[in-house]
Design a protein around this ligand. Sequence first.
Ligand SMILES: NC(=O)c1ccc[n+]([C@@H]2O[C@H](COP(=O)([O-])OP(=O)(O)OC[C@H]3O[C@@H](n4cnc5c(N)ncnc54)[C@H](OP(=O)(O)O)[C@@H]3O)[C@@H](O)[C@H]2O)c1
Length: 256
Amino acid sequence: MDWKNKVVFLTGASSGIGEALAHAMARRGAVVGLLARREDLLKELAAKCEQSGGQARVLAADVTDADAVAQAAKALRDEFGAIDILIANAGIGGNNAETRNLNPAAVAKVININLLGAVNAVAAVLPEMLEKKSGQLVAISSLAGFRGLPKSAAYSASKAGMTAFFESVRLDVQAKGVSVTIIQPGFIKTPLTSGRANKMPFLMELEDSIPYFLRAVEQRQKFAAFPWQLATFVRLARIFPAWLYDATVGRATFRE
Ligand SMILES: NC(=O)c1ccc[n+]([C@@H]2O[C@H](COP(=O)([O-])OP(=O)(O)OC[C@H]3O[C@@H](n4cnc5c(N)ncnc54)[C@H](OP(=O)(O)O)[C@@H]3O)[C@@H](O)[C@H]2O)c1
């Protein structure tokens, strides 16, 4: 796939994976629409993207605001004609005491951003993609969505929901020219995972992870899970009986 002049609508662009991905796509000549709440960071990133040979537009918005996300997508389409790729990446870990103690409002916040925010982004681009009979929807889900993880009830639920949502959408749109790619990373060093006291298994450097994201999009993979060691364990753990799952995964302390 040639990234040159591909128009990408990227949510969660202001830090971590989104920021690194935006820069990598811009270096390859893409047009990147950068959506997140922190406008100052997006402006700095847009300047870097333009210096690297791409084009970038700052689209400051909150993914939980469906109208604002729709307007951002429209602004990108109005200027560049069409959006080729949506990367629904905005997300929070929700690893604060409130989420762990199952404060319903804190859980709702994680679900609203991670799952319903991605739904808002899909709704903002899908009708035009279907009309054009082309486009790609990309979900940045997580290995945390395969099965419930300890101290991660809200996050695991949001990512399981995200994976299921995008897979369902794929069944409905793939015959109509729109492809769906669900990316399920393990642990990557970003602000989301920083500050955790305990070891995260197979933690990846951010820069090392970017080729995996790019390849999954370029090859229009239906699913891409990495790193392979953790992805293999998580796939296996899916068929563990509950006693074995509790005895192994239940003891994990990576969220502390
Ligand atoms: N890091 C990992 O180990 C890992 C592993 C698997 C999956 N993921 C997923 O990868 C995605 C990116 O995570 P990251 O690690 O790069 O975290 P990060 O550095 O904290 O970045 C999160 C991004 O999401 C944006 N965001 C958060 N709430 C938003 C909202 N309400 N509206 C718009 N944008 C919002 C943030 O921007 P603003 O604050 O400026 O709005 C930021 O740009 C997340 O969906 C995460 O679940 C991460």
